[in-house]
Write a protein that binds this ligand. Structure first.
Ligand code: ADP
Ligand code: MG
Length: 246
C-alpha cells in the first residue's frame, strides 16, 4: 500500500493517496470490481482537484465567502426583482460578455449582491476578481512606477468577470480616469464587468470632471448591460440597534 501511495504522490495524485485506503477497505467489504474500484479512486482525485482549484480561485478573487445570494434577504428590498438576480446567477451574462450595473444608495446591498454573483461565477468555473474602484486606480498608478502597468492591465483583461466596487464613492484623480477608461475599453465586448455605484450616470461627468471621458466610459459599460437599480432603504440602518425610548 505504501509503495502505491508513494507512486501516486510522485504522480501528484494527492486525492487518490488520501482515498486509497478507505476505498480499498470498501472494495474488499463490498466485492467491488477492479474497474469500479479504479473509477472510485479516480473520482476522488477529480473531486479533490476541483476543490483545490475552486479554493485557489476563491483566494485570488478577493471575494467574501459570507456574502452569498442564499443569505441575501430579498424581503428587505421588495422593489428588487429576485427573478432577475436569479437569472443573472446562471452566469449566462458572462458567456455573453455582458455587464451588470448595480445602482443605489449606500447600504442597500450592492456589494453583497455583486459578491454573491461573483461566487456563483466561481462555482461555474470562471475566473473572478472583486476590487474596490479606488484601489484599482491606486494599483494601476503604482504599477506605472515599477513597470508592471501593462502586465496588470493584461491580467485584468483576461478575467472572465471583473467586479468594480463602489465607483463614485470617492473622486478619481485625473490620471486615474484615463486608467479606468483603459480597463473598461479593454474589457468591452471581451469580458464581463459587474460595477456597483451609489451615483446616477448623470453625476458621472462631475465625478470624473471630464464630460467626454464620462460618456465614453458609460457608453461602453451600458452597451450590453443589465442595469439593476436598488431603491430601498439601507440594510445597515434598518438593522442598527436602536436605543429604547422609554
Ligand atoms: P452597499 O454596497 O449597497 O453599500 P452592502 O452590500 O455593503 O451595501 O451592505 C451593507 C451590509 O448589509 C453588508 O454587511 C451586507 O451583507 C448587508 N446587507 C445589505 N443588504 C442585505 C440584504 N438584503 N440581506 C442580507 N444582508 C444585507
Ligand atoms: Mg458597497
Amino acid at each position: 500500500m505504501e509503495e502505491i501511495k508513494q507512486r501516486l504522490r510522485q504522480l501528484k495524485l494527492s486525492g487518490a493517496v488520501k482515498a486509497l485506503e478507505g476505498r480499498n477497505e470498501y472494495a474488499l467489504k463490498n466485492k467491488v470490481s477492479y474497474l469500479d474500484f479504479l473509477e472510485l479512486v479516480l473520482e476522488d482525485e477529480w473531486v479533490t482537484r476541483q476543490n483545490n482549484a475552486y479554493h485557489r480561485r476563491l483566494l485570488q478573487s478577493k471575494l467574501n465567502e459570507q456574502k452569498r445570494l442564499d443569505n441575501f434577504d430579498f424581503t428587505a428590498q421588495p422593489e428588487l426583482d429576485k427573478t432577475i438576480v436569479m437569472e443573472l446567477s446562471s452566469c449566462r451574462f458572462i458567456n455573453q460578455k455582458q455587464n451588470i450595473i448595480l445602482m443605489g444608495n449606500p447600504g442597500v446591498g450592492k456589494t453583497h449582491l455583486a459578491n454573491g454573483l461573483g461566487l456563483e461565477a466561481l462555482k461555474n468555473g470562471h475566473t473572478v476578481q472583486l476590487i474596490h474602484a479606488n484601489s484599482l486606480i491606486d494599483q494601476l498608478h503604482r504599477s506605472k512606477a515599477d513597470g508592471s502597468y501593462q502586465k496588470l492591465l493584461s491580467k485584468l483583461s483576461k478575467l472572465n468577470l471583473l467586479i468594480l466596487d463602489e465607483v463614485g464613492f470617492k473622486k478619481f484623480p485625473q490620471n486615474g480616469i484615463d486608467d479606468f477608461f483603459e480597463v473598461i475599453r479593454q474589457r468591452y465586448e471581451s469580458g464581463s464587468i459587474i460595477l456597483t455605484t451609489n451615483r446616477k450616470f448623470e453625476d458621472w461627468e462631475q465625478l470624473f470632471g471630464d464630460k467626454v471621458m464620462a460618456s465614453a466610459i458609460i457608453d461602453r459599460l451600458v452597451h450590453h448591460a443589465f442595469i439593476v437599480k436598488i431603491t430601498g432603504n439601507s440594510y445597515r440602518v434598518k438593522n442598527m440597534a436602536m436605543p429604547e425610548i422609554t
